[in-house]
Write a protein that binds this ligand. Structure first.
Ligand SMILES: [Zn+2]
Length: 1025
C-alpha cells in the first residue's frame, strides 16, 4: 500500500551507510503506533498552572499575509524546541502546517482526506497513478526515476484507511525544491493515462503477452500488491478487526483494495475520484525544517493554488461511529501457514473496544499511557492475565492502542491458540478487567511507564520531522489540534495532577472504557486448508465474468492492449524533463565524528562526544566466534529470553520495573560480521544496546551488571512459555520481508558465513527451532542456555562504545569503570573463522504464499576493496535501468533490485513477484543487457547511479548512532570519505571493466533461491536442470 524508500528497516541507521537498502513497505499502523509510543515526556514537577506565554518575536505574524496565505496561528513548543505555524491559502482553502526548527533533514508532505467509497482501491490506484507522470513531468513513473536523481532521505507515498499521503525529506535544499515541484505537479496535475491505469491498477491480459492462445489472467501492480499484502494473516486480522468494529463508516472498506473488488474499478471512476478528493480545500500540506518557507508559499500560490476556489469539503468528513448496545462476534477463515505451529494451534483471537474521539488530544494521550500499563511487559495486567497462563503463542500483532481512525480503539489478542481455548480467552479477559478495577495499578509500575515515555521524547532520531507528522497525521486529518498534541509536558503534567488528586483515576478509566463499554468486537480467525484454492476459484470466476461482459471486439482487443502496453513500457522516454542534482550540490561529505579509542580496565572502548540531549548510549559487543556451532545456533533464542527471566536478586517482574524506570530497556542481537578488508574471515558477535538519561547512568551500569552476571533461568514454566512465544513470533511477517529471507537463503548457498546467517536469522532458523524444541526438554534447553551465558559475558572478548555529551563523559566513564571491575575475565573467545565458499546451487522453499520472492547472490569483493564502490554504482544502474523496467513494469513484480553488501555478496532480488524462474532468467541475463548498453553509458546515467549510492552514504545519523560503522565494521571516517569520493569519481571505463571482471562469466560461487508457492513445473525444471 505504501511505496517505500525507507531503507533497511530493522538495521541500525548508522549501518545503512555501509550496508545497502532493503525497500520493504513498512506497515503503516505499526509505524504510527511505534512512533506515538515514543512521544510522551517531561515527567516530574509539572503542575496544572496557567501557561505563562512570554512575548516572542516570531518571524511570521498571526493575521499577516504571505503569498496568498494568511498566518492563522503561531506557537513556540519547548518540548521539541520548534515553532509551529498554521497558514491558510485564502482563495483555495488549503491548510499548511509549518514547523520551523533547526533541523537540516527537511520534510514536505501533501495529504488528502480520502475515505474509500468501496473496496475497489480507488485511493490506492490513484496514489500509484498520480506519481506516474504529470503535466510538467510527463514521464512514466517519475517517482522511481527520481530515486536516482536525488539524495532524499525519504520518498514515500501511502494510502491509509482514510487519507493519502505523499511525503519526502531531504537535507539538500536544491533537492528539496526539485522533489517538491514533482510532488505538487503529481497531485494537482497528474496525467492519469489509461495505459498507466492498466499497468498500475488492473487489466485482463494473456499470461504470455505474445501468445494469443495463452490463458487470460488479471495483471496489475496494485492488484498483485494487495494479493501479496493479504497473504500475511496478521494483515487479514487487522483489516477484519477495523472493518467489523466500524461497519457504518468508510473503514468497512479496504482502502488499498480487495483483490476481488479491484477489477470493478474503471479508469473514468478513478479520474472522478481525483477530481473530488484532490482539491486543495480537501488537502493539507506539512512543511518542516530549516529551509525558507517563502519559496514554498510562492510556488504553491503562483503555480498551483491560483487555479482553485475554496469549496465545502464536508463530503469527506468522517463522523464518530454510533455506539453499539451489544458486543459482537465475527469469525474469519485464513491461510494455513506451513512454516508455523501445528494446524490445530494456528487460530487467533482478539478483542477490540471502541475508545474516544481522535481529536480529544489529552484523552488519547492518557489512554495511550493506560494501554502501556495494560499490555507492555510482564507487569501489565493483560500479560499476567492472558499470556502468563501459557495457552497461546503470546500477544498477536494487533495488540495495542490504535488512533489512526476517527474513533480510536484498543485491541488485545493472542496468536497460535486452539479453538477450544477461545472461551478461556473470554473468561480471562473479563477476569483481568475486574481484577484491575479492584486492585488498581502498582505505583512503581506506573512510574516506570511514565519514565520510559519521558526518555523517549528526549531521544533524538535522525527523522524527527517524519515522526512528528506521523504522530499527528490522523489527528490533523480529522481537524484536531496538532499544536496541543506536541505539548507533551503539559499533557503529562495534567495526567500527573489527576493521578495525585484521585487515587482511582486509572481504575475509573478502565471501568469506563473496558467494563461499561458495549462497543466491543471479538474477532476469531482459523486456518482453512482450502483458503488459497477458494481464492483461486473466486479469481477464475471473476475473470470469466469479466470476459463474458466484453463484446467480441473488446475481447479481441485484449491481445492488442497487451502489446500496446508492452510497447509503451519499452519506449524510450525523455527523462530530461526531470530535475537532477549536479556534482556541485553533493560534493561535501559529512563531518568528522569526535571519536577516541582507549583501553579501560583492558577493554577496548570507543568514546564519542556528541550532543545527546542528556542521554548516554551504551553498546557492548561480545565476540562469541569461539562458541561451538551447536551453542551458536541457540544464541538468537538466548538473546530473546534471558533478559526476561529476572535475576538471582530480583524476579522478572521486579527486574522489568527496575529496567524501565531507569533505562530504555536492553536489546540483545546476534551479529555475523565479515571482514570488510579481505573478505576471507568473519566473526560472530552478541551486541547489547541500551541508553539512559545521564542522571540514571549509574543505575544503568548497575542493571547491566546484575543482568549479565546474575541472570537466572531456573523458572522452567516461564522459560517454556518464552520459548513457545519466540517460535510463534518467528513465523509472523515472513511475507512482509520475503525478499530479505530470499536473499538470506541465496547467500546461504554461497558461503559458510551466509549459511550461518540463514541458520541464525532466516527461514532455516524457524525449521531448526521447531525441530530443536520438539527434540529437547525445557530443562535440557535451560542447561544449554545457562552454559552459553556462562561463557560469553567476559571482559576478555568485549568491546564497548559509549556516546555521550562532552560535559558528561567523565562521569559516565567513572560509572563504566566500576561496572568493568565487576565483570570476569573468562577464557578468551576472540577469534575469527575462515570463510569457505561453495559450489553453485539452487533452492526452492515451498511456502503457501500466492506470490514469489526470488534472489540470486554471488561473491564479488568486500567493502574496502577498490572495486566495491564501482560495483555499488553498477548495482544501482542495474536496478534502475534494467530490473525495474523489466521485472516491475513489464512483469508485474511489486519490487526488485540489485545490491552489494559490505560482506562482498552481490544480490539480485524480486519482491511479491508473480513469476519465479522467469525472474531468475532475467537475473541471469544481466551480462547481455550490460554488454548491449556498454556504449550508451553516459555521464548522466552514471551520475544518477552515484546519487543513488550517495543517498545511503550520507544518511543522517542520530546522536546515539554516531561512530557505529567504525565500532561494528571497523570502517573509519577516513575510509568512509575515501569510499565516498571514489563513488563520485567512478568512470564509465571502470564500470565496463568490473562488468567484464564479475559478470561476463557465470560466477564460481553463486546461489539462487525462490521463496514461493509449490510448483510442479518448477520441480520438473529442477529435476531436469
Ligand atoms: Zn501500493
Amino acid at each position: 500500500m505504501r511505496r517505500s524508500v525507507k531503507y533497511l528497516n530493522g538495521v541500525p541507521r548508522s549501518l545503512r551507510r555501509a550496508l545497502h537498502e532493503t525497500p520493504v513497505a513498512r506497515n503503516l499502523s505499526f509505524l504510527v503506533e511505534d512512533i506515538v509510543r515514543g512521544y510522551c515526556a517531561e515527567a516530574s514537577s509539572h503542575r496544572e498552572s496557567p501557561q505563562v506565554v512570554t512575548e516572542r518575536d516570531y518571524k511570521y505574524k498571526e493575521g499577516q499575509f504571505y503569498h496568498g496565505f494568511q498566518c492563522e496561528r503561531v506557537e513556540y513548543i519547548p518540548d521539541f524546541e520548534l515553532t509551529s505555524h498554521t497558514l491558510r491559502h485564502k482563495e483555495s482553502g488549503l491548510e499548511l502546517w509549518y514547523i520551523d526548527r533547526n533541523d537540516t533533514n527537511n520534510v514536505f508532505s501533501i495529504n488528502f482526506r480520502t475515505p474509500p467509497e468501496d473496496s475497489t482501491g480507488a485511493a490506492h490506484v490513484l496514489e500509484h497513478l498520480a506519481l506516474n507522470g504529470s503535466a510538467k513531468y510527463s514521464v512514466r513513473d517519475p517517482f522511481f526515476k527520481m530515486l536516482n536523481r536525488s539524495v532524499a532521505t525519504n520518498m514515500n507515498a501511502l494510502t491509509a484507511p482514510d487519507q493519502t499521503v505523499y511525503i519526502f525529506s531531504s537535507r539538500n535544499e536544491t533537492d528539496f525544491r526539485n522533489i517538491q515541484r514533482i510532488y505538487l505537479d503529481s497531485v494537482f496535475r497528474p496525467n492519469l493515462l489509461y495505459l498507466d491505469f492498466l499497468q498500475e491498477g488492473w487489466r485482463l491480459e494473456h499470461s504470455h503477452v505474445h501468445d494469443r492462445q495463452s490463458e487470460i489472467i488479471i495483471k496489475g501492480i496494485v492488484y498483485n500488491e494487495m494479493i501479496g499484502i493479504f497473504s500475511e494473516n496478521s494483515r487479514l486480522f487487522r483489516k477484519g478487526l477495523m472493518s467489523n468494529l466500524l461497519p457504518e463508516l468508510a473503514y468497512k472498506y479496504t482502502a488499498g483494495g480487495d483483490p476481488l473488488e479491484i477489477p470493478n474499478l474503471t479508469h473514468s471512476k478513478l479520474v472522478q475520484y481525483h477530481q473530488k478528493y484532490y482539491h486543495p480545500s480537501n488537502g493539507r500540506i506539512f512543511c518542516y525544517g530549516s529551509f525558507d518557507l517563502m519559496e514554498t508559499l510562492e510556488v504553491l500560490n503562483e503555480e498551483y493554488l491560483c487555479d482553485y476556489d475554496s469549496i465545502d469539503t464536508s463530503y469527506s468528513y468522517i463522523p464518530l461511529h454510533s455506539r453499539w448496545s451489544f458486543p459482537r462476534n465475527v469469525h474469519l477463515p485464513c491461510r494455513l501457514v506451513n512454516m508455523g505451529v501445528s494446524k490445530e494451534k494456528q487460530s487467533q483471537i482478539g478483542c477490540a473496544l471502541l475508545m474516544c474521539d481522535r481529536t480529544a488530544v489529552q484523552e488519547v494521550f492518557e489512554l495511550n499511557v493506560l494501554t502501556e500499563l495494560l499490555i507492555r511487559g510482564p507487569n501489565s495486567a493483560f500479560y499476567k492475565g492472558l499470556v502468563d497462563p501459557n495457552f497461546s503463542g503470546g500477544f498477536n500483532r494487533h495488540t495495542g492502542y490504535y488512533f489512526t481512525s476517527r474513533d480510536t480503539y484498543f485491541a488485545v489478542g493472542l496468536q497460535d491458540i486452539r479453538i477450544a481455548d477461545f472461551d478461556r480467552f473470554h473468561e480471562l479477559f473479563q477476569q483481568t478487567i475486574h481484577k484491575t478495577i479492584i486492585e488498581g495499578f502498582d505505583p512503581k509500575h506506573v512510574e516506570s511507564v511514565l519514565h520510559n515515555l519521558e526518555l523517549n521524547v528526549r531521544h533524538r532520531r535522525a527523522d524527527d520531522g517524519n515522526n512528528i507528522l506521523f504522530n499527528s497525521m490522523a489527528l490533523w486529518n480529522h481537524g484536531g489540534d496538532v499544536f496541543a498534541n506536541l505539548r507533551i509536558s503539559e499533557m503529562m503534567g495534567r495526567l500527573r495532577a489527576r493521578l495525585r488528586d484521585n487515587k482511582n483515576y486509572l481504575q475509573q478509566k478502565v471501568e469506563q472504557y473496558f467494563l461499561a463499554n458495549s462497543h466491543k468486537l471479538t474477532l476469531t480467525m482459523s486456518p482453512d486448508e482450502s483458503y488459497s484454492e477458494n481464492f483461486r476459484k473466486a479469481e477464475k470466476k471473476l475473470i470469466q465474468q469479466k470476459i463474458n461482459e466484453l463484446s467480441p471486439e473488446k475481447l479481441s482487443k485484449i491481445y492488442q492492449n497487451g502489446l500496446e502496453l508492452e510497447a509503451a513500457q519499452k519506449a524510450k522516454e525523455n527523462t530530461n524533463v526531470l530535475p537532477c542534482l549536479s556534482l556541485d550540490d553533493v560534493e561535501e561529505p559529512m563531518g568528522h565524528p569526535q571519536l577516541t579509542e582507549q583501553r579501560i580496565e583492558s577493554v577496548p572502548t570507543q568514546l564519542c562526544k556528541v550532543p545527546t540531549n542528556d542521554i548516554t548510549y551504551l553498546n557492548c559487543l561480545f565476540n562469541i566466534t569461539a562458541l561451538s556451532h551447536d551453542d551458536a545456533m541457540l544464541v538468537p533464542l538466548f538473546c530473546s529470553v534471558f533478559k526476561n527471566m529476572g535475576t538471582r536478586k530480583h524476579d522478572f517482574r521486579e527486574f522489568d520495573k527496575m529496567i524501565l524506570s531507569k533505562t530504555a530497556n536492553f536489546d540483545f542481537k546476534l551479529k555475523v560480521v565479515e571482514d570488510v578488508k579481505d573478505g576471507k574471515s568473519y566473526k560472530i558477535g552478541l551486541l547489547m544496546t541500551t541508553y539512559a538519561l545521564d542522571k540514571n547512568v549509574k543505575d544503568m551500569f548497575a542493571l547491566c551488571e546484575e543482568l549479565l552476571l546474575d541472570f537466572e533461568l531456573d523458572d522452567t514454566d516461564r522459560l517454556k512459555m518464552l520459548i513457545e512465544n519466540y517460535i510463534s513470533k518467528l513465523s509472523v511477517g515472513i511475507a512482509v520481508s520475503g525478499h530479505t529471507y530470499a536473499m538470506l537463503c541465496s547467500a546461504a548457498l554461497v558461503s559458510d558465513a551466509g549459511k550461518l546467517k540463514s541458520h541464525l536469522l532466516g527461514i532455516d532458523h524457524i525449521d531448526f527451532m521447531k525441530r530443536y524444541t520438539q527434540q529437547n526438554s525445557t530443562e535440557e534447553i535451560r542447561d544449554r542456555l545457562k552454559a552459553i551465558g556462562a561463557k560469553v559475558f567476559s571482559k576478555s572478548n568485549m568491546r564497548v562504545a559509549i556516546n555521550t555529551s562532552e560535559a558528561f563523559q567523565p562521569t559516565a566513564l567513572e560509572h563504566y569503570r566500576t561496572f568493568l571491575k565487576k565483570l570476569p575475565n573468562l577464557k578468551n573467545m576472540n577469534k575469527r573463522s575462515q570463510l569457505k565458499l561453495f559450489k553453485p546451487s539452487f533452492h526452492h522453499y515451498a511456502v503457501n504464499f500466492p506470490v514469489n520472492y526470488c534472489a540470486k547472490s554471488f561473491f564479488a569483493v568486500p567493502y574496502l576493496h577498490e572495486d566495491h564502490p564501482v560495483l555499488r554504482v553498477l548495482a544501482k544502474l542495474i536496478s534502475a535501468k534494467y530490473l525495474l523496467p523489466v521485472v516491475r513494469e513489464q512483469n508485474g513484480a511489486y519490487g526488485t533490485g540489485a545490491r552489494i553488501g559490505y560482506d562482498g555478496l552481490f544480490h539480485f532480488y524480486s519482491y511479491r513477484d508473480p513469476h519465479s524462474t522467469r525472474t531468475l532468467d532475467v537475473f541471469d541475463k544481466t551480462y547481455e543487457w550490460l554488454a548491449a548498453m556498454s556504449d550508451k553509458l553516459d555521464y548522466q546515467m552514471l551520475f544518477e547511479a552515484k546519487l543513488g549510492v550517495l543517498q545511503l552514504l550520507d544518511w543522517p545519523t542520530a546522536p546515539g548512532e554516531v561512530g557505529m560503522d567504525y565500532f561494528i565494521l571497523r570502517v573509519s571516517h577516513e575510509e568512509y570519505c575515501k569510499y565516498r569520493s571514489r563513488v563520485l569519481s567512478v568512470t564509465a571505463d571502470e564500470v565496463r571493466s568490473v562488468v567484464d571482471k564479475y559478470f561476463k562469466k557465470e560466477p564460481r560461487h553463486v546461489g539462487k533461491c525462490i521463496l514461493g508457492p509449490k510448483s510442479e513445473r518448477l520441480a520438473f525444471k529442477l529435476q531436469n536442470a
